[in-house]
Design a protein around this ligand. Sequence first.
Ligand code: PHE
Length: 346
Amino acid sequence: MSLEQRITDAEGAIAAAKATDAATVEAFRVAMLGRHGVVTNLLDELKQVPPEQKRQWGQRLNQLKNAARERWEELKAATESLPAGSTGPATDVTRPAFSGAPGSLHPISIVRQRITGIFARIGYTVSEGPEVEDDRHNFGALNFPPEHPARDMQDTFFVDGPGEHALRTHTSSVQVRVMESGKPPFRTVSPGRVYRNEAISARAHCMFHQVEGLYVDKGVSFAELKGTLDYFAKSLFGPEVNIRMRPSYFPFTEPSAEVDMSCTICGGKGCTVCKHSGWVEIMGCGMVDPAVLTNCGIDPEVYSGFAFGMGVERIAQLLYRVPDLRLYWENDVRFLEQFSADAFHG
Ligand code: PHE
């Protein structure tokens, strides 16, 4: 075997050397640098090299010797702290433990928190209620009399017979509970999961999330409703957005309106998201119907109020530009991971 080949082999052996304790470190030193060690033998052969090549091989062999020494020092340092008889490298028990990848909030939770946070800043409390709701709280008190066709607007999952219990179709049920619980003023938002019997597609799901809001006090006006929703839209989507209201119908509000926001994707110029209208629908709202106040024990001659309700998925779609609703339920980690940085923004 040529000298070159044997030097290369020795370099490989040095680089790959491992040791588990002081004895194996010493065995490495003897095998490489001992009196009959690999490196020592190669250095001895320098004597037979023709004089004109001595300088070149001398340098090469010196590097090999230094590499062997360095490796020996490294192995010594790595094993020195090991207790006698140990078979592995030392464990530093003072090092911080690996805590795993930090999790993150679901995009729907992030958006729900942002919405409730914006209303909290203007004095709204957060109220919650049951998902299995009785007929009175989901329908009756909200001015949906039995057999009223408006009940068909919301395809209901009944738990027992119609007129008894159902999965709530909106969180307006929570607002009834709030109004029944005491005396105005009430200023509250109700976030939560709601259910409607719809075929699952990119644009509809049988369960989704809402945040509904309620403000009842003396002299509450429609102008305040519009001002509040304008503040909300600008806080969430940016100061450049505008809102507009279109007349609509809900059994529990009179007058009622649908709220549109100038399209955040095209800035109002027209695109596929706003179907080239420049506006996107974001929620329903209206003045609480006097009959609803009466049903909840509030005198409509003294008090008035407004209510509004929005779908969290819908808002999330506009914020994140994720058009397919099903993605919010599949919980594919590759989808969820993309929102982790957003969790800590206001
Ligand atoms: N409850 C309505 C819905 O689920 C939304 C709404 C709430 C409309 C309050 C007006 C006032 O569609």
